[in-house]
Design a binder for this molecule. Sequence first.
Ligand SMILES: *[C@@H]1O[C@H](CO)[C@@H](O)[C@H](O)[C@H]1NC(C)=O
Ligand SMILES: *[C@@H]1O[C@H](CO)[C@@H](O)[C@H](O)[C@H]1NC(C)=O
Ligand SMILES: *[C@@H]1O[C@H](CO)[C@@H](O)[C@H](O)[C@H]1NC(C)=O
Length: 398
Amino acid sequence: MKAGQVWHLGNIGVMQILPGTRHRPPLKRPIWIIFLVSLVSLFLVCAYIYPPQGSAACYVFSSRGCMVLSDWLPPVLAREYTDEEIASRVVAREILKMPPIKSENSKIAFMFLSPHSLPFEKLWDKFFRGYEGKFSVYVHASKEKPVHVSRYFFNRDIHSDEVVWGKISMVDAERRLLANALKDPDNKHFVLLSDSCVPLHSFEYVYNYLMHSNISFVDCFRDPGPHGNGRYSDHMLPEVEKKDFRKGAQWFSLTRQHAVIVLADNLYYSKFRDYCKPGLEGKNCIADEHYLPTFFHILDPGGIANWSVTHVDWSERKWHPKLYKAQDITLELLKNITSIDESIHVTSDEKKEEQVQPCLWNGIKRPCYLFARKFHPEALDKLLKLFPDYTTQFDRDF
Ligand SMILES: *[C@@H]1O[C@H](CO)[C@@H](O)[C@H](O)[C@H]1NC(C)=O
Ligand SMILES: *[C@@H]1O[C@H](CO)[C@@H](O)[C@H](O)[C@H]1NC(C)=O
Ligand SMILES: *[C@@H]1O[C@H](CO)[C@@H](O)[C@H](O)[C@H]1NC(C)=O
């Protein structure tokens, strides 16, 4: 219909400007055009199949040197964004453009996600002692009301709800923690920790590491295998394309601006709530392993480090990461973990490709990790004993 109208108008225009055309045989012009178009198409197809690589051929195309055919074709048109997508992107961009709020007393929010009491509270107590006013603690206990032993944890429980592994309720708990922690304008970085996490450095080291970095530490990589892109569902289209689907451990540290855009998001969140869950379409999509990595990859890829500051050991290649027991806890183990300065991601396809990246902190290669998991509760006593040693010995290289 549209094409017909254009053709019609075109004819009128031609007739008005060149009245002589009326006397020409009517079919001549279209045939001439069809012939020309065919010739150009044939040329382009040939050029595509046999790209001009020889130097002689190159000069036919350009005097500056060889050009690929794609340089000649118009760029592939970007997909037209949906209304919600335009809104999401503009909101994120505006928030990210705002200069960070300065405050005299910048704090780090330590947000604990746990089913019950925290077995390493005594260790965290040692970690926090002397730094009052520079941190705030939030606890989301999803199963039982925790019994606290450290004064830094008293009255720090937030309203919580049930968390089902792999489901969006995990992300909901993370958002609940972020919302509560954002209420305090002094909180500048928001660290998510589990009940099996322990600190690897002194408070001062952790504070300086996070406070002097303007990026978030969100684990993010492309895994073409079954535990990565294999979990993607086409129902997430058009906003979440398979090429943008990412994976990463959930244990993040977010800047304040990133915490705000996570809470402002409904579009991407609802895609993962509805189409990323265990058992859907025979896949085992884990919302907390894909939502934030994909979200940040789409909205602010340069604003995340692509690794998590919480170390975990998957080298045993089992369904669960290595669990450190009391007998594993030695100064040597802690030294090994704190000296890692490259992040390694392994794809889940047959290739098991290792993606190795240096941990660049403000452009300088630095140790990657501030915290580590998973530690068995019985490791507490040994960690308490070693804490003064490992924090004084391994913090010096800062
Ligand atoms: C972080 O800060 C540095 C120096 O101030 C700047 O060059 C860099 O672009 C910033 N990065 C982001 C993601 O804002
Ligand atoms: C993280 O990875 C993305 C590509 O996915 C890249 O654009 C970004 O620069 C990386 N971040 C840093 C801090 O290197
Ligand atoms: C520490 O790293 C060294 C060198 O890679 C290794 O030989 C040793 O077994 C590691 N020790 C522990 C306790 O992990």
